[in-house]
Design a binder for this molecule. Structure first.
Ligand SMILES: Cc1cc2nc3c(=O)[nH]c(=O)nc-3n(C[C@H](O)[C@H](O)[C@H](O)COP(=O)(O)OP(=O)(O)OC[C@H]3O[C@@H](n4cnc5c(N)ncnc54)[C@H](O)[C@@H]3O)c2cc1C
Ligand code: HEM
Length: 368
């Protein structure tokens, strides 16, 4: 371990068990010295009070892996433009971070630690700023909601028309903000369609219990409302050179990116067999089954297996989707795409490992 990394890790251990207090002090310091910065953050900061602080600390501590980190930090810098962050804010945040740690570390804090954090933060900020500077895209796109449909108690689908085209690939996700209902809260959602000529995008959203943004998108959003979309990201995209057959495994609204990928395949695929496994707790949550059935009827290479884990009256497969996938196969020669909640993705990856599917053939996105 290099000297800088040692100093960073060593100093962090002095405050690690007081993270909440450090975070509180960090924000208070920042907002007191620069009250205008408060407007960049959501009104409600309880859900993710320590989000920014944790992110910076993780970034600083992982500095030793510049190869992986370079691209990530550039993308993060590009992405920060959606928060209205400008270059002069970086010094304020860096200063508040070091002050907060110094305040809680006690007597063992040293000038060497100050310098180590200032150096490491400086490198990261420079990379983020370079990423922001090099981006020719707008910080975000404005889009109008042109359709909204409730599909179940908790699930809605909606379509937006961006004012300017957004360049993304099927399977990627975007950040979404609904300024009218939850200003300054950005969450990621996956378009459920491959890019279209008219640039419209479909989204599938499930309202999470106390979730701020998902509840607004499902229960309040209506045609005519405006949303903001930012920074397409993610690598769960199709490899056009692959000739292998494909298996898609989706849980709940994890179907969104999978549907986009299937739609992309409908544009050029003639030779690859494609299997979609779509799982949910009950039949209401299989909210897009009718559409999927239409696609399967139209494209002979597409097969569909829906399953319910808590609905014994459902006349199809029963059980968790990870278990259902294992009932079919063999799958050792297929490309896999897995999308859904953390639990669902984890269970599916475990099953695929047991079935000896090489991990390099699996792409996945986890919703939480
Ligand atoms: C790459 C990616 C793509 C995504 N695509 C979609 C999509 O297409 N459709 C979709 O519906 N969602 C998608 N999500 C999830 C989405 O980004 C939000 O996390 C989700 O909508 C909850 O946001 P919220 O503001 O409503 O909840 P918050 O206010 O952020 O959280 C409220 C509480 O719920 C918990 N929580 C947050 N998310 C979940 C979750 N998924 N399951 C269980 N508990 C949770 C939090 O820990 C918190 O305690 C995606 C997430 C990722 C990372
Ligand atoms: C080393 C520098 C920084 C790093 C590593 C960093 C990292 C991050 C990360 C990973 C997130 C969560 C990503 C997301 O929600 O999309 C985040 C959120 C955020 N960052 Fe930064 N950031 C840095 C500097 C800054 C600066 C200088 C500002 C300006 C005030 C800023 C403002 C914000 C805001 C407003 C959020 C959203 C917070 C929320 O939703 O609660 N960040 N940051």
């Amino acid at each position: 371990m290099g000297n800088l990394a040692r100093l960073l890790k060593e100093s962090w251990t002095l405050v690690e068990d007081q993270q909440d207090k450090v975070a509180g002090y960090f924000y208070a310091r920042m907002f007191l010295s620069h009250p205008d910065l408060r407007d960049l953050f959501p009104v409600q900061m309880d859900v993710q009070r320590a989000r920014l602080l944790n992110a910076i600390v993780t970034a600083v501590q992982t500095l030793e892996d510049p190869e992986v980190f370079d691209e990530y930090l550039k993308a993060l810098g590009r992405d920060h433009r959606k928060f209205h962050v400008s270059p002069e804010h970086y010094d304020v945040v860096g200063g508040a971070l070091i002050e907060a740690m110094r305040a809680f570390a006690g007597e063992q804090w040293s000038i060497e630690y100050d310098q180590a954090w200032a150096d490491a933060y400086g490198v990261i900020a420079a990379k983020m700023l370079a990423g922001a500077d090099a981006d020719t895209n707008p910080p975000y796109w404005h889009a109008e909601v042109i359709a909204h449909e409730r599909r179940s108690t908790d699930i809605a689908t909606f379509t937006v028309a961006p004012m300017q085209p957004i360049d993304y690939r099927a399977g990627q996700y975007l950040s979404v903000e609904v300024p009218k209902y939850q200003p300054r809260m950005w969450r990621t959602y996956s378009p459920a369609n491959a890019p279209r000529k008219d640039n419209t995008l479909d989204f599938h959203v499930r309202a999470i219990g106390a979730g701020w943004v998902s509840s607004a998108l499902v229960r309040r959003l209506k045609p005519g409302d405006m949303v903001r979309l930012a920074a397409p990201m993610g690598s769960m995209t199709l490899d056009r050179r692959s000739t292998r057959d494909v298996v898609f495994v989706a849980g709940g609204t994890g179907l969104a990116p999978i549907k986009a990928l299937v739609e992309e395949l409908t544009r050029y695929n003639r030779t690859r067999w494609v299997h979609v496994f779509f799982g949910a707790r009950n039949r209401d949550d299989l909210y897009d089954l009718a559409e999927l059935n239409k696609l399967a009827a139209r494209y002979p290479w597409l097969s569909l297996v829906p399953a319910c884990s808590e609905d014994e009256t459902f006349p199809g497969e029963q059980g968790l989707i990870s278990e259902v996938v294992a009932r079919y196969g063999p799958w050792s020669e297929h490309d896999f795409f897995v999308s859904g909640s953390g639990t669902m993705v984890k269970a599916t990856l475990r099953t695929l490992a047991e079935l000896q599917v090489p991990s390099m053939r699996i792409r996945y996105d986890t919703f939480n």
